[in-house]
Write a protein that binds this ligand. Structure first.
Ligand code: ADP
Ligand code: MG
Length: 398
């Protein structure tokens, strides 16, 4: 890691501003699901144990730049207090006199949570004055543990870093950068990428970048059909992005020209519609014109699994079928098992994307995956080779 980590900071007696991701679902004024809060606990405990005074900030939902009780972080303070086993103070606004006096009242090891930063339009505008007001709540120390927001140039992610002495990665962020960074800069080989999901257009840059970095790529899900159709294969009523056919064709040509191992499905599960349970399995070449492909078939699972078995690094983003429906989940669950088995045999595996993470959980193999990436959009941009503003803004180690 080239950026400072929270481990590098001298935190004792200091107020540290920690940007976390507490964007959790609320129900009837309480936290309905607390995974994201629990994930930050190691970082927060680390700071508490070092005698820091914690000022926490997050966004929740999209309140559109004004206070909206639907998106209050107040219930998060209550849940966080339970998880930490200590009181958590709350400031009803993330800037201004109340936040300032409450931050100054903190003693070593105390925790203050600020109200939703997106109650102010200046947050998403990365406003300089607002950033300075946020920075005024700490003693020149900033930690970012919100990897999922690192692709956004917002005030609490980027702007604030200009007004502190040191800006460091939290433990969660550090872990994301270590794993995803390995894929980008120092992959173990063979490195196999598995890409799926709904749209090619979401993942074009990822395909392009990983074609440069990986040793092979397995493409499934709806996005495979744009590639298959560009090759003149029959795809029936499967989802195709017709405006991306030329691009898909040229990517396949590039792959062929450099002998890159890019695999597409050879068979699939077809049905009249996603709600149908009347399914059959056909080779791609035999796709009936009136049916749509909704999952990869068993031959494809076997073909893909063979590549995965010899991989030393696997990056997976996007389900290989409409796995939310049991009739179309076998392919994705089969690949989840193959990724888990490869990991047990010594490979490093990284799974990102909200739906893909849900799929490995459903397959019961989440604990066997080396790293589950929390930031969907941020991890895609990272894998596409883009610089994340929230990472770039952190202080370089030197
Ligand atoms: P992630 O959240 O892991 O990044 P995406 O959001 O890109 O994944 O894609 C997930 C969605 O793609 C799921 O809702 C899934 O149902 C859909 N999908 C995958 N394969 C197909 C298919 N063959 N036809 C229609 N939808 C599909
Ligand atoms: Mg998704």
């Amino acid at each position: 890691m080239t950026k400072l980590s929270i481990r590098d900071l001298d935190l004792t007696n200091k107020r540290v501003f920690i940007r976390v991701d507490f964007n959790v679902p609320l129900e009837k004024g309480a936290v309905a699901e607390d995974t994201r809060i629990r994930e930050t606990i190691p970082t927060l405990k680390f700071a508490i144990n070092r005698g820091a005074r914690l000022v926490l900030a997050s966004h929740l939902g999209r309140p559109k730049g004004k206070p909206d009780p639907k998106y209050t972080l107040k219930p998060v303070a209550a849940r966080l207090a339970e998880l930490l086993g200590q009181p958590v103070a709350f400031a009803a606004d993330c800037v201004g006199p109340e936040a300032e006096s409450k931050s100054r009242a903190l003693k070593d090891g105390d925790v203050l949570l600020l109200q939703n930063v997106r109650y102010h339009p200046e947050e998403e505008a990365n406003d300089e004055n607002f950033s300075r007001q946020l920075a005024a709540l700490c003693d020149q120390l900033y930690v970012c543990d919100a990897f999922g927001s690192a692709h956004r140039a917002h005030a609490s992610v980027v702007g604030i870093t200009k007004f502190v002495k040191q800006a460091a990665a939290g433990l969660l962020m550090e872990r994301e950068l270590a794993y995803l960074g390995k894929a980008i800069s120092n992959p173990e080989r063979p490195f196999i990428a598995v890409l799926g999901g709904a749209k090619v257009s979401d993942k074009i840059e990822v395909v392009q970048n990983l074609m440069k970095l990986a040793d092979g790529m397995l493409i499934g899900g709806a996005m495979a059909y744009t590639f298959l159709k560009s090759q003149g294969q029959p795809v029936g009523k499967s989802l195709v992005e017709d405006d991306k056919l030329d691009l898909a064709k040229s990517l396949l040509e590039q792959a062929r020209a450099k002998n890159f191992n890019l695999r597409l499905p050879v068979d699939h599960v077809v049905a009249e519609s996603p709600s149908s349970t009347d399914t059959k399995i056909t080779d791609i070449a035999q796709t009936p014109p009136d049916l749509m492909g909704l999952d990869i078939g068993p031959k494809t699972v076997e073909l893909f699994s063979r590549d995965l078995a010899s991989a030393k690094l696997i990056v997976w983003n996007g389900p290989l079928g409409m796995f939310e429906r049991p009739a179309f989940s076998a392919g994705t669950l089969g690949i989840a098992k193959a990724v888990a088995e490869a990991t047990e045999a010594g490979a490093t595996s990284i799974v990102g994307g909200g739906d893909s993470v849900a799929a490995v959980e459903e397959a019961g193999v989440a604990a066997k995956i080396s790293h589950i990436s929390t930031g969907g959009g941020a991890s895609l941009e990272f894998l596409a080779g883009r610089k994340l503003p929230g990472v770039e803004a952190l202080t370089d180690k030197s």
